[in-house]
Every structure is written in C-alpha cells, then in structure tokens.
Write a protein that binds this ligand. Structure first.
Ligand SMILES: [Ca+2]
Length: 353
C-alpha cells in the first residue's frame, strides 16, 4: 500500500510538472523560414502569443529558405514582437540525400516543379548568405548548440511533457532521432504540417497534392521521423491547408486595427504590399494543437513518404487503418477539415494580444 501511495505521489508530481506554474503546455518548434512573415513566422507567433503555451525553444531548418538566413529573420521577428527571450538554434542546412542537383535532373525527366523553397531559381541566394532581413538586422544571436542537440536537450529535460511541433522539412528532427534514438519515446507527441492525401492544389506540381513541399524537400528525413516510435503523431496536410486563405480583408483589417506588437509586425511585413501568404498551411497545425475542437474532420491513417528516387520521390503514401502493415508504418491522426470561422477568430485574437 505504501508503495502504491508513493507511486501515486510520484505520478501526481509528474502531472503537476507537465504544466508550469501558469499551467502552460510545453512545445519545441522546428520550422523553416521564408521572409519576414508568411505562414512560417505567423504559425510561430500563434504558439508564442498563446497564454496556454510555453515555447521552450525553436530550431530553424532549411526548406522555404536557407536555415542561416532564416535564423536572422526569426531573431528579428522575436525582437520586434516581444519574444526575444525564446532561445533559437540553427538546425540542418542541407537535406540528408535530396539536393538541388538531383532536383534539376528529376525536373528534366518528370517536369518542372512550381516551388522549390531555398532552391528556387527566381530568388536564389547562396546557402551561407545572410541578407539583412526586411525588418532589419537582429541584435540578438542564436545559441551555439545545433538544433538537433538543442531539441534533444529540451525534450529530455521534461520527459513525456514536450510536444515536438514541426512545420518545415524534417532534417533536424531526423538527425536528432538518429543521434538520440530515445527522443521520440521521451517526447509527449509529434505534431506536423506536411504531406497531402487527396487534394489537387497546394502541392509543388499541380494537380498532384501528394507532392507536398516539406516532405519532398527531404524525403529520407521524413521517412526517419514518421517511422519513429512517437506516442502520438498528428499531421496537418495540404487537404486542410487549401480550406483557408491567409489574406482575407477581415484578417488584414483586424491586424491593421490592432496596436499589438505582433499585429503591427504582420501588418508591416506580412500583409502590406505582398498580398498575403496564400493558404495558412502552418497556422492550422499551431491553432489546432492549441484548440483541437477547430478540427471538424480527421482520420487515422498509416502515413509515410516515398523514398524511391524516381517519378514518385517525396510523395505522400498512406493506407487505411484496417490494412495490415509492417512495423515501420506508424499510425497518425490526419486532419481533413476545420471550422474556418473559429480558426480565423483564434488567429486574430492571438495576434491582437
Ligand atoms: Ca513551414
């Protein structure tokens, strides 16, 4: 009986520790960064601005842009929005196997891709170049630790409590999983934007929505991460991204009217002139983690990515839960629809804080 009481006390203490004194949920962010605002930074702001969330750290991985330039953009955003206390680490600069050269060969065989992130020819910068961000050069710096080690350090400090939230290519998380195979079991869960199931838009070669950018940029990393033993995996795919629009007059006006630092930042660098950010890809993954009731349709599927270096390289693969699959397939909760009205309200509420 005594042992049982002691065990109960330990469990209660662990439950209490799962939330900080303000009762906030712990999250580690891994994200790619393109420009001063857009879906990458807006989704980070959703998590930072929520009073229910404690962001323990952010790692920046190459994808929409190079990691090094992304770090500078992110640091400046954190300074201007009052979140400069959140530590930032630079993650993986290059995918594990995929490359710009292989992509050129692939395009010669199978057709041009309409978006390649850091490999876009039209606005290409060198991998190590750090142009001054549109919002100005940051005064703060990233920590010296690599993003993969920083992620492991944060997750292992609070076993079972930290949600790993990923909305870029998965290179940094794959490196962390290989360096520290116990990482997925130590985390609370994995939440990610990526992949596409049955959608004719939002991908990098229409009408094939299964060719989704994050998973395509580093398919091998995606395979490593999606095959790892996380307690729970939640996927926000293109199927749900396309139900949103990032630049509606209501959102623009709501941000323009607000005096909050986040709203002012987005009005100046995200919405004005650029015409907005298209679909709210990553913001859904953040908002639905804060309030899962925003999701009105989701399904459990075995889901992963194709790593054959042919026509299908980097495409989402999936099968129904009832299908018998080998052990590397992991079951994920895949989101398909949301209450857009409530989603926009939550987004605006958080940005106006
Ligand atoms: Ca992203």
């Amino acid at each position: 009986m005594k042992t049982k009481c002691a065990l109960l006390l330990v469990l209660l203490a662990a439950a209490a520790a799962a939330q900080d004194s303000a009762g906030r949920r712990k999250v580690f962010i891994d994200q790619d960064i393109r420009g001063a605002a857009g879906t990458d930074q807006q989704s980070i702001l959703v998590l930072l601005q929520s009073p229910e969330v404690q962001v323990l750290g952010i790692s920046v991985t190459s994808g929409d842009g190079w990691a090094r330039a992304g770090v500078a953009n992110l640091l400046r955003m954190l300074e201007l929005t009052g979140h400069a206390d959140v530590p930032v680490a630079m993650g993986a600069q290059f995918p594990l196997i995929n490359s710009q050269e292989e992509t050129r060969q692939w395009e010669a065989q199978y057709g041009e891709l309409n978006y390649k992130g850091a490999w876009n020819e039209r606005d290409y910068i060198a991998p190590d170049a750090v142009p001054t961000p549109a919002a100005g050069a940051p005064a703060t710096r990233a920590i010296s630790q690599h993003g993969a080690e920083f992620l492991y350090q944060v997750v292992s400090k609070y076993p079972g409590e930290v949600t790993v939230w990923a909305a870029g290519p998965l290179t940094t998380i794959a490196l962390a999983v290989r360096l520290h195979p116990e990482l997925p079991a130590l985390a609370k869960e994995l939440v990610m934007m990526g992949g596409g199931i049955n959608v004719p838009d939002g991908g990098i070669q229409q009408p094939n929505g299964r060719r989704e950018f994050n998973w395509w940029f580093d398919p091998e990393a995606t395979r490593i991460v999606l095959s790892a033993p996380w307690k729970k995996i939640t996927v926000t795919p293109l199927d749900i991204s396309v139900k949103t629009a990032g630049s509606t007059p209501r959102l623009r006006d709501g941000l323009a009217k607000s005096n909050s630092r986040a709203a002012k930042y987005l009005t100046q660098y995200g919405y004005r002139g650029s015409g907005g950010s298209g679909y709210m890809y990553d913001e859904i993954a953040a908002a639905a983690w804060i309030d899962p009731t925003l999701i009105t349709n989701q399904q459990e599927l075995w889901i992963n990515v194709d790593i054959n270096h042919g026509a299908s390289y980097g495409q989402t693969i999936f099968v129904e839960k009832s299908v018998k699959v080998p052990s590397w397939w992991k079951l994920a909760t895949v989101q398909f629809d949301l209450d857009t009205g409530r989603f926009y309200r939550l987004f605006l509420d958080l940005m106006q804080r």
